[in-house]
Structures are given as structure tokens and as C-alpha cells.
Design a protein around this ligand. Structure first.
Ligand code: SME
Length: 152
């Protein structure tokens, strides 16, 4: 199955998973699991915006750092720039925060509400270089657009 086909199934699954669930933490917990195990990533999780800091939310994978200031690391940069960031090689991203030495590439997708505020970021790590491309960006942005309405 191609990556796009896997993502299409994942989008349907998440659609069903997040329907009629009012607790945002519960939705993020199941969505992180669905993405992680469907796509076989190394680490998949959410950081939630509290003021100028991202705080660790639901995730699947290795232990992760608790707090990331706005503008720091890949997550804090995606928060500040309000844009998805694809990192083909984490060692080449200045200021990358290494939660695991096994992580080699990364994608971070901000979750933005109707008022253009960043509410959280989705952070995914891979043990391989160059894992993430425009296909991941397209489908993960679709997933977080949908999530944005569920985690008000
Ligand atoms: N690598 C991230 C930090 C989070 S861990 O990967 C879970 C960053 O540079 O923001």
C-alpha cells in the first residue's frame, strides 16, 4: 500500500475516533496512537500551548521532554512560524532538541484555530533520515485541521 493510501485509511479512522468525544486529551491520546501504529513511526505526540510554552501532551513512543519554549527546537519553531516544518536530518536543524538519540528526521505540524491561534503541535519522529515529505505534510495537515475543531 502506498503512503497516500495508508494516510487515506488513517484519515477515515481518525474521523470516526474523534467523533462525539468532548475531552481533547482523550482525542489526542487516541489520535497519537492511530497515527503511530498505522504509519509505524518512532515517536508521535502532541505538545499543547500554554502561554509561550509548549507542554507535553498525549504521545506514543520514548519518554519526551516536558516543556519547549516558543521559538526553540523544531516544535517551538513551528509554533512561532505557524507552519509545518519538515526536517530531513535533525543534526542539520540548528537548535534541534534531542529527546532520543535515535531520532534522525522529524515533522512538526501546528494545530491552528479559527482565530489563527496555535493551540498545539503534532510532533512525529523517525529513526530514518528523510522520512517525511509533501505527502505526510498534506495528510497530517488534514488530520490536524479536523482535530482543531475537536480540541476547543
Ligand atoms: N525534537 C523536538 C523535541 C521534541 S522530541 O522530539 C519528542 C524539537 O526539536 O522540538
Amino acid at each position: 500500500m502506498s503512503k497516500a493510501e495508508q494516510y487515506k485509511l488513517l484519515v477515515k479512522q481518525i474521523d470516526a475516533l474523534a467523533k462525539d468525544v468532548s475531552n481533547p486529551i482523550s482525542v489526542m491520546a487516541n489520535v497519537s496512537s492511530a497515527i503511530h501504529y498505522t504509519m509505524g513511526f518512532f515517536g508521535t505526540g502532541f505538545y499543547i500551548v500554554h502561554g509561550d510554552t509548549l507542554q507535553l501532551g498525549p504521545f506514543q513512543g520514548n519518554i519526551a521532554c516536558y516543556n519547549i519554549p516558543r521559538g526553540k527546537g523544531v516544535c517551538g519553531t513551528a509554533f512561532e512560524q505557524r507552519e509545518t516544518i519538515i526536517v530531513p536530518d535533525v543534526e542539520k536543524f540548528p537548535g534541534h532538541i534531542a529527546c532520543s538519540s535515535l531520532s534522525r528526521s522529524e515533522i512538526v505540524v501546528p494545530i491552528i484555530d479559527d482565530q489563527h491561534n496555535v493551540k498545539a503541535v503534532l510532533d512525529i519522529d523517525s529513526k530514518e533520515l528523510n522520512t517525511f515529505d509533501e505527502t505526510d505534510k498534506k495528510y497530517l495537515e488534514k488530520i490536524v485541521r479536523f482535530l482543531s475543531s475537536c480540541i476547543d
